[in-house]
Design a protein. Structure first.
Ligand code: SF4
Ligand code: SF4
Ligand code: ZN
Length: 169
């Protein structure tokens, strides 16, 4: 396992890393199942969040992360180019949690990062107290129905008239 690091739940693109399966597995101290499913080394799967010192390998090469770091912006929402073609392409690639992520940037711009992060801590926690992931439809602890990313993205697509449909999962 990686050395202890500080978890960071926010990202540049608006995704809430605190609901990512890799971060939650890292937090739980066991990424072995995800690493086996993805067929990659465990060390490449461990992630303390997009802005942390230990980022999962596939997210280290993220265009938005690398661009935002070069531009020294807190999020893409603070960039003069926002919303750029890269960000729009990410939002429209068919993954429901990407729609949610980029739409989060509007909330962060309006309310500030600290308030948004506090809201996300509640949004991604079942009433029983268990944290859950983007695509968990039911709480892994108590079985309650959850508001997952597919539901949230469908609401945003309808509300904002976004011209995509979430990919079937
Ligand atoms: S793998 Fe990517 S999306 Fe998941 S917590 Fe790490 S940086 Fe965030
Ligand atoms: S150019 Fe696009 S990807 Fe780069 S920081 Fe600005 S909004 Fe983000
Ligand atoms: Zn629960």
């Amino acid at each position: 396992m990686a050395a202890q690091g500080e978890f960071r739940y926010e990202s540049y693109c608006g995704l809430y890393c605190g609901a990512c399966s890799l971060l939650l597995a890292t937090e739980a101290g066991d990424v072995s199942k995800i690493a086996a499913d993805w067929r990659v080394p465990e060390a490449d799967m461990e992630c303390f969040g997009c802005k942390s010192s230990k980022v999962a390998k596939h997210c280290q090469s993220c265009d938005m992360k690398n661009c935002a770091e070069k531009r020294h912006v807190e999020t893409c929402g603070d960039c003069p180019e926002y919303p750029c073609a890269t960000l729009k392409g990410f939002m429209l690639d068919g993954w429901p949690h990407h729609v949610v992520g980029v739409c989060n940037l509007e909330t962060i711009r309006r309310d500030g990062l600290a308030r948004w992060l506090a809201e996300q801590e509640t949004r991604w926690r079942c009433v029983c107290g268990r944290k859950f992931e983007y695509y968990q439809a039911n709480c892994p602890a108590c079985g309650r129905k959850l508001r997952d990313s597919r539901v949230e993205a469908a609401e945003l697509i309808a509300e904002k008239n976004i011209q995509i449909k979430p990919r079937a999962m």
